[in-house]
Design a protein around this ligand. Structure first.
Ligand SMILES: [Zn+2]
Length: 179
């Protein structure tokens, strides 16, 4: 019964019940920590993460991998809504802070709240960069650079694999009213 309920809840997030969205929801069926409402921090072992995350999400989030540029469907998306952490459901960015940076990854100039993201110096690969991680699950998201647009001048360069998008209800309502 609990399982059925959680499946139903995931379905209710689905904005357009296409096959693609359903398969995305299925990818979270083993992920008991995913929640849009629970803000408690999550600490699992690497083995536990490996069990509940799809391989490519595990690779980016837990092994600090990088997806190939230009491969994310979110890179050029202009849809209005909220971007969540694909691993844990923590709200990360609003679509109105998204911009086309041309760098090949989804880019934003500001996180949704200060606590939604945590930062760490990253000197790997012979570069001095600032890594950005999810404030709830500490999963790797990408990096932040100081060549973004106003008002922050920042560019959060984020792997689309670890983003989960939900279209804004208001925007969808307005759109439907116009039809
Ligand atoms: Zn997270």
């Amino acid at each position: 019964m609990i399982l059925l309920l959680s499946v139903f809840q995931h379905c209710s997030y689905s904005q357009s019940p296409g096959a693609k969205k359903i398969s995305m929801d299925n990818s979270k069926k083993d992920n008991k920590v995913y929640s849009r409402t629970d803000s408690a921090k999550i600490a699992l072992t690497e083995d536990e993460w490996k069990k509940i995350l799809p391989q490519e999400v595990y690779y980016i989030s837990r092994q600090k991998g990088t997806e190939r540029p230009w491969t994310s469907k979110y890179e050029t998306s202009k849809e209005i809504g909220t971007y969540y952490c694909e691993v844990c459901g923590n709200a990360l960015f609003k679509s109105d802070t998204k911009f086309e940076s041309g760098c090949g990854w989804p880019s934003f100039y500001e996180p949704i709240t200060k606590g939604s993201i945590i930062y760490a110096p990253d000197n790997a690969s012979g570069m001095s960069r600032t890594e950005v991680m999810c404030g709830r699950c500490k999963g790797h998201l990408g990096h932040v650079f100081e060549d973004g647009p106003p008002p922050t001048g920042l560019r959060y360069c984020i792997n689309g694999v670890v983003l989960d998008f939900e279209k804004a209800k208001e925007a969808e309502k307005k759109y439907n009213e116009k039809l």
